[in-house]
Design a protein around this ligand. Structure first.
Ligand code: PNS
Length: 187
């Protein structure tokens, strides 16, 4: 059997532990794995392309057959330009399937020689998505365990006012319930 080079395309805004889990699994079965970050001018991402490139390079530095790149335009054309014969995508739950199937079949129509391979991340990440991580972080909520530490740090830097406000509210709530408890004991 020939050795296969695969492309794992996505927005990675930001990269999550689920993405990293899939990259590590993919790196084990493909000879070469290129993580392609979509340079998407329609969406306004939370993290710039340069930031996403930097984070993913740091996170995958230990994987010698993994390369991080950016692409624009049609994914199938980019895959062809880097000699990838396979596209890797993650499926977390049944809800992902419909969108992924549609995309895989459209990509097959555009480029019949390119195969899509689906892999499942560890079940502990089955509910983790970049969209929900952004939503929680934008309100200053905890994302520990959902994203790698470097990403958590970047989110904290980027959303400092939200985290500060959230922490202050938590402290105020703790102080007020502490005061109520004291009052109750005194009675
Ligand atoms: O992480 P995402 O946002 O689910 O990734 C979606 C991605 C980047 C894989 C998809 O939007 C894509 O391939 N975009 C490039 C443009 C393209 O080829 N579109 C046709 C898809 S059928």
């Amino acid at each position: 059997m020939s050795k296969v080079s695969a492309l794992y395309p996505g927005s990675f805004d930001p990269p999550t532990n689920g993405h990293l889990d899939l990259i590590e699994r993919g790196a084990k079965i493909f000879e070469e794995l290129v993580v392609g970050i979509l340079r998407n001018s329609e969406k306004s991402p939370m993290f710039s392309l340069a930031e996403r490139l930097e984070m993913l390079k740091t996170l995958t530095a230990h994987l010698k057959n993994v390369r991080i790149e950016a692409f624009h335009g049609l994914m199938v054309e980019y895959a062809k330009s880097i000699d990838a014969t396979c596209v890797l995508r993650g499926i977390r739950a049944v809800s992902d399937y419909e969108y992924e199937l549609q995309m895989a079949l459209m990509n097959r129509k555009l480029e019949p020689t390119l195969e899509t391979v689906f892999m499942m991340p560890a079940d502990k990440y089955s509910y983790v998505s970049s969209r929900l991580v952004r939503e929680v972080a934008q309100i200053g909520g905890p994302v520990k365990g959902l994203v790698p530490e470097v990403v958590e740090q970047k989110l904290r830097e980027k959303l400092e006012p939200a985290y500060k406000f959230h922490d202050e509210m938590q402290e105020a709530t703790a102080r007020s319930s502490g005061a109520k408890e004291k009052k109750r004991k005194r009675k």
